[in-house]
Ligand binder design. Structure first.
Ligand code: GAR
Length: 193
């Protein structure tokens, strides 16, 4: 009998997307959010994981880049897919190689614009507003060895109005993320696995 796909969610901060994904799939039997991986021991996503009853794995830079700690842990939990939801570090080569086309990320802008190193969270929204853009949006993409440069899977847009603050834009972007990220994960994972 085929077992359901096992998903690892990587997050560095608040983890509202991680929570939304976990709640969306809870009880559906389509896939299992098996663990939350976090590079920041003070991140609120760890509280959320605890409340959701999802195991979490905390690691530091050395664990991630100079040891096989994270990859070994992914293997021991038989993880099939990796979802980056507000995770801010590049994925090291051994993990990329172990999960070809099975690592996806969400970015809070319309890539290829407003991506790259240092472009995350509010920094993105501040830049979009400073440039006078009339629209922004989300991009869900495959992950490769470069920041925000993997193949694009899905985009959705929202309007940027005159007078919008970065916080207002962040709220609109989060709404798009909550609406589409779980659905795109479902489509991808359930169609391919
Ligand atoms: C999300 O908006 C996500 O798109 C962004 O961080 C936020 C995390 O929010 N990711 C990046 O900027 C990656 N470059 P959350 O912790 O509440 O899910």
């Amino acid at each position: 009998m085929k077992t359901i796909p096992r998903i690892a969610v990587f997050a560095s901060g608040s983890g509202s997307n991680a929570q939304r994904i976990a709640e969306y799939f809870a009880g559906k039997g389509l896939l299992k959010i098996t663990a939350v991986y976090c590079n920041n021991s003070g991140a609120y996503v760890l509280e959320r994981a605890k409340l959701l009853g999802i195991p979490s794995v905390v690691f530091n830079r050395n664990d991630f880049y100079n040891s096989s700690f994270v990859l070994d842990d992914l293997k021991s939990r038989e993880i099939d897919w990796i979802v980056l939801a507000g995770f801010l570090w590049l994925i090291p080569d051994p993990i990329l190689k172990a999960y070809p086309q099975k690592i996806i990320n969400i970015h809070p802008a319309l890539l290829p614009a407003y991506g790259g190193k240092g472009m995350f969270g509010m920094k993105v929204h501040e830049s979009v507003i400073a440039a006078g853009e009339k629209q922004s949006g989300i991009t869900i993409h495959h992950v490769n060895e470069l920041y925000d440069e993997g193949d694009i899977i899905f985009q959705a847009t929202c309007k940027v109005h005159t007078g919008d603050t970065p916080e207002m834009l962040a709220a609109k972007i989060h709404e798009l993320e909550y609406e589409y990220f779980p659905v795109v994960i479902e489509k991808l994972v359930c169609e391919i696995d």
